[in-house]
Design a protein around this ligand. Structure first.
Ligand code: NAP
Length: 280
């Protein structure tokens, strides 16, 4: 069967090209869009993710304000830093890198981010607005999945979308976004029974499980579109790519699928937030 590889690098390149002009317009008006990233502790993967996001900002002219706090930082100290950034008019977006050290109340810290600067879509208010259909900044991976579908003109309306995973940053918001685009959505999780049979119903399958090669090729209906949000150690997705490729009409690879588009969505939301701020 002819199948389409959904190339995240191409989609991300397209998003970034469109942003460059908007960044230039903002700079001409005296405003440099700025994303503040907060990293707490020294987890090497988190350091890499934050560095990648900061570098991606700088490449298109967004200022990257990088805040690195020691692992002993308390919840109160982190809240203080977030409030300082909330009040800083030169900062348009705030990203708190997940996970923070376990002694910190991460949810409380996420909730402290000003909704207007919640470009990573981590607050419960942002999620609620996304679910209601008027959220400005959905979490970046769900936004990336929708951007890929849109770029490749893959129809969503009336399709059965099966999402595996229900985390607040991925499974739940992507289910809401698909529903808002008139898909019929089934959201699966660790207590779903007969998972393979449920996945087989999907015209669109979104894998957001956090388990390498978890989605099997024979779970995929012939002609389904498969989007793999998974990113496991060793650059391995949540989907058994080679096996799923047999049945899928279109599929995202890992790496080079959802990941690069996720970063481009973060940049887009930061530029959106900067424009919003000057138009207030
Ligand atoms: P998470 O918070 O650990 O959530 C995993 C979800 O999978 C949970 O809802 C869990 O169900 C479900 N699950 C676990 N085992 C299952 C099973 N056997 N059958 C069915 N469902 C099962 O993970 P996450 O943060 O959403 O991330 C998911 C994946 O996406 C990871 O690989 C992560 O690295 C990746 N990710 C990628 C990006 C990107 O930019 N590409 C961004 C974020 C995350 P319960 O709710 O019942 O526990």
């Amino acid at each position: 069967m002819e199948n389409l590889i959904l190339d995240g690098r191409v989609v991300a390149g397209n998003v970034k090209d469109r942003l460059k002009e908007r960044v230039a317009t903002l700079v001409n008006k005296g405003v440099t869009p700025c994303l503040a990233t907060i990293l707490v502790g020294d987890d090497p993967s988190s350091e890499t993710y934050v560095r990648m996001k900061g570098n991606a900002c700088e490449k298109i002219g967004i200022k990257s304000m990088r805040i690195h706090l020691p692992k002993e930082t308390t919840t109160e100290e982190l809240l203080e830093k977030i409030n300082e950034l909330n009040a800083d008019e030169t900062v348009h977006g705030i990203l708190l890198q997940h996970p923070v050290p376990s002694h910190i109340d991460e949810r409380k810290a996420f909730e402290a981010i000003d909704i207007h600067k919640d470009v990573d879509g981590v607050t419960s208010l942002g999620y609620g607005q996304t679910a209601f259909g008027f959220g400005k900044y959905p979490s970046c991976t769900p936004a990336a999945i929708m951007e890929i579908l849109d770029y490749y003109n893959i129809p969503v309306e009336g399709k059965h979308a099966v999402v595996i995973g229900r985390s607040p940053i991925l499974g739940k918001p992507v289910s809401a976004l698909l529903l808002n685009k008139n898909a019929t959505v089934t959201t699966c999780h660790s207590r779903t029974t007969n998972l393979a049979d449920v996945v087989k119903l999907g015209d669109i399958v979104v894998a957001a499980v956090g388990k390498p090669k978890f989605i099997q090729g024979n779970w995929i209906k012939k002609g389904a579109v498969v989007l793999d949000a998974g990113y496991n150690k060793g650059n391995i997705g949540d989907v058994d790519y080679d096996a799923c490729l047999e049945n899928a009409s279109a599929i995202t690879p890992v790496p080079g699928g959802v990941g690069p588009v996720t970063i481009s969505m973060l940049l887009k939301h930061t530029v959106d937030a900067a424009e919003e701020m000057i138009n207030k």
